[in-house]
Design a binder for this molecule. Structure first.
Ligand code: UDP
Length: 473
């Protein structure tokens, strides 16, 4: 009998580990804490790496996975931005998603459908099938507030956003200059621009939005979005949801063994997420800045890219070029006692949890940010792409858990002196002490939010109850 079956939830994850990790972790909460079974739907095209397959084997058995059939994207110009590719992929896959939901509806007790940001094009189909449809927003309140406002901004301005005369004042948020807006909105003529605006309009078409953030992190922005507004779905905090393990990642032993030998709180972890790349010139400056700071560091280095800041996004196997080739002559041997450089990937959760780590130079991807906060590690904000500049602004000026170096010149290069200065300040200076104290307060608040009785725990429990008992949103 259908009633006796466990409630089932279907979740659609966009390509990229930065999307899959939080969706999978959210699914684990539903399965382990609330008795659901689940299917995670992924895209065939970008998700065929061996790391992804091994990742799925680490999930509980009541989580199944399904891959969508491949869709042609060969007609897109070769320089199409990653965000536009994801939007086109999602839109073209929408009929297949509908087919899968139909089939899950007849084979399971399907009570809800959840997508991440790029799945918004499937909302209407899912609701037409009568399935409660939610977005798991893998970024923060600041970004969500921006997305709700974007269609109006698009309609009421005509200049490039970087030329807006005044910073944007979103309710409860720090002022945001046009130059710090979401990366794909940089040029209105870029193919990604209309896709992002289109997606922002669709945000209103779901039954609710679950934000991977928590009240203490963004109290005013959260309060503003919790107020009811006609035509806007309810917005609830469910975070911080971060990975509970390393997800079967490579390089664990080397990093952890090395960290075991370092003094408490002495190491700066340097990593640009699953997709970030910097240029060869920037790699050299970073190396020289780290070296002259005299601080210990663990640096996850990728093959530099002179064209794309997210060159590694669609998979962690990067080009055959050795990432170490760009390092200054003799750098590795000179810094060996103080620094460890690993290629491509490190077990970030284990690294951030290690007592030897005292700072994180991060690209400000939202998962990395939350992982840093839950481990009480203050940051140096080094945004590269997507909404990372917005995150950096919020982390430095709003939450006050990060310092930010200033970039100079047209190409936005951060010079070695500036890097040396900000690294020393974070690890030893007064500014570092202030952000460290603040992040330790947030670490405590984060733990409280997701424990029984906490705000995020309570919000998710309320949604789960609605799904299980088929209560109108
Ligand atoms: N990650 C990791 N090791 C690495 C790089 C990234 O484990 O060397 C994980 C990191 O812990 C986080 C995710 O990959 O969970 C990256 O997500 P984020 O949102 O920070 O950035 P994105 O990769 O989406 O830009």
């Amino acid at each position: 009998m259908a009633e006796a079956r466990a409630p089932h939830v279907a979740l659609l994850s966009s390509p990229g580990m930065g999307h899959l990790f939080p969706i999978a972790e959210f699914t684990k909460r539903l399965v382990l804490d609330h008795g659901f079974t689940a299917t995670i739907i992924t895209y065939t095209d970008f998700n065929s790496t061996s790391q992804l397959h091994s990742f799925f084997t680490t999930l509980p058995p009541s989580i199944s996975s399904l891959s969508l059939p491949s869709v042609p994207l060969a007609d897109l110009p070769p320089d199409t931005r990653m965000e536009a590719r994801l939007c086109v992929l999602a839109a073209r896959s929408a009929p297949s998603v509908k087919g899968l939901l139909l089939s899950l509806r007849s084979s399971s007790n399907l009570v809800a459908y959840v997508t991440d940001i790029f799945g918004a094009d499937t909302f209407l189909d899912a609701r037409e099938l009568g399935v409660p449809t939610y977005m798991f927003f893998t970024s923060n309140y600041f970004m969500l507030s921006f997305m709700f406002h974007l269609p109006t901004l698009d309609a009421t301005t005509s200049c490039e956003f970087r030329d807006l005369p005044e910073p944007l004042e979103l309710p409860g948020c720090v002022p945001l200059r046009g130059v710090d807006f979401l990366d794909p909105l940089e040029h209105r003529t870029n193919a990604a621009y209309p896709w992002i605006v289109h997606m922002a309009r669709l945000f209103r078409d779901c039954d609710g939005i679950l934000v991977n953030s928590f009240l203490a992190m963004e109290p005013d922005a959260a309060r503003a979005l919790s107020e009811e507004e006609a035509g806007r779905p309810p917005v609830l905090p469910v975070g911080p949801i971060v990975r509970s393990g390393s997800g079967g990642s490579a390089g664990s032993t080397e990093c952890v063994t090395w960290l075991d030998e370092q003094p408490h709180g002495s190491v700066l972890f340097v990593s640009f997420g699953s997709g970030g790349s910097i240029t060869c010139e920037q790699t050299r400056e970073l190396a020289l800045g780290l070296e002259s700071s005299g601080q210990r560091f663990l640096w996850v280095i990728r093959t530099p890219s002179d064209s794309e800041a997210n060159a590694a996004f669609f998979g962690i196997e990067t080009s055959a070029a050795d990432p170490l080739d760009c390092l200054p002559e003799g750098f590795l041997s000179r810094t060996r006692p103080l620094g460890l450089v690993v290629r491509n990937w490190a077990p970030q959760m284990e690294v951030l949890a290690h007592g030897a780590v005292g700072g994180f130079l991060s690209h400000c991807g939202w998962n990395s940010t939350l992982e840093s906060v839950v481990h009480g590690v203050p940051m140096i904000a080094w945004p590269l792409y997507a909404e990372q500049r917005m995150n950096a602004v919020m982390l430095v000026e709003g939450a006050k858990v990060a310092l930010r170096p200033s970039a100079a010149g047209e190409k936005g290069l951060v010079g070695r002196e500036e890097i040396c200065k900000v690294v020393k300040e974070l690890m030893e200076g007064e500014g570092g002490k202030a952000v460290r104290d603040r992040v330790l307060d947030l670490k405590k608040a984060a733990t409280e939010a997701i424990c029984e009785g906490g705000t995020s725990y309570g919000a998710l429990a309320g949604v789960v109850k609605k799904w299980k008992y088929n209560i109108e949103a």
